[in-house]
Write a protein that binds this ligand. Sequence first.
Ligand code: FE
Length: 356
Amino acid sequence: HTYTPLEMFMPLYFKLLYSFLWSLAWFFSSAPALAQEQILNLYSSRHYETDEALYANFTKLTGIKVNRIEANENALLERIRNEGARSPADVLLTVDAGRLWTAEQMGLLQPVKSPQLESRVPAGMREPNGMWFGFSMRARVIAFDRARVKPGEIRSYEDLADPKWRGKLCVRSGSHLYNLSLVSAMIDQHGEAKTEAWAKALAGNLARSPKGGDTDQLRSVAAGECQVALANSYYYARLMRSDKPEDKALVEKVGVIFPNQASGEGGAHVNISGAGVLKNAPHRDAAVKFLEYLVTDSAQAYFANGNNEWPVIANLQVANPALAKLGRFSYDTRNVAALGRNQPAAKKIVDRAGWK
Ligand code: FE
């Protein structure tokens, strides 16, 4: 058999035609998929080792790769704002409802409707319109010198204003978000006038002008510089889990209480680590999937445990010896969105109170 010139070129012809048709099919079938490439850009101010496993598991379950951009909280918000409509950011993950509220006020977030998020995250731990959701919970606790403060001598945030603590209290700057959130909660509970009187009295009890972070306040109690202090629970829990001799000594010397436990006192002030979907998220579906993933039981345990916090899902057990030792407590169940809403008023009160 001899090939005619046409026959000789047939296979090539077919090949070209085939590859052309194939490209066409590929283009039309996968172009939309390409536009929604399986990635998620996570802007996070969290950086805990356990978060690695948390994100790896999300990729394993969904095939969605997680790109992380980490920076401190305010830098993240600035960056997203500057990136504007072309921001690659899908999810903002940060701490304190006050900061999530700020992101919302800056117009950076979009609302999410998800039956899963709404049923799993308690109503008080998420923004009512779905702008952001809490995934773990921390409490602002009162630390005390076990040797010099008798049990029951200090029981509430209100007690911090008692003149008997004059010159004995250590707290970080009143303008720090953790304190602004506490003041915001006080405003919600007592109104502005009473809260201002409280803040003034509290500032009058300071052992020294505020400096350092929450852990520094705990160290100051251990050093005998003050007898009572305010700190977020995870800082104390971290010291409880530390193997360093000086941290062990601190925990032995310094105890903590959950404030406002008596009925009618409102419970301990709690705040969240949380996340929201960004307004210009290029991978919105992946972003919602990620938030939904964070409320699954196993992700909840990882997420909370990474920073010695409690899962937002009530009664979910976390194998964390420090949290187990701290025990159960009653907490303020009013919506944490108030912590943002009252923030401008809280700033003014802290200023006027001289709580620098
Ligand atoms: Fe912190």
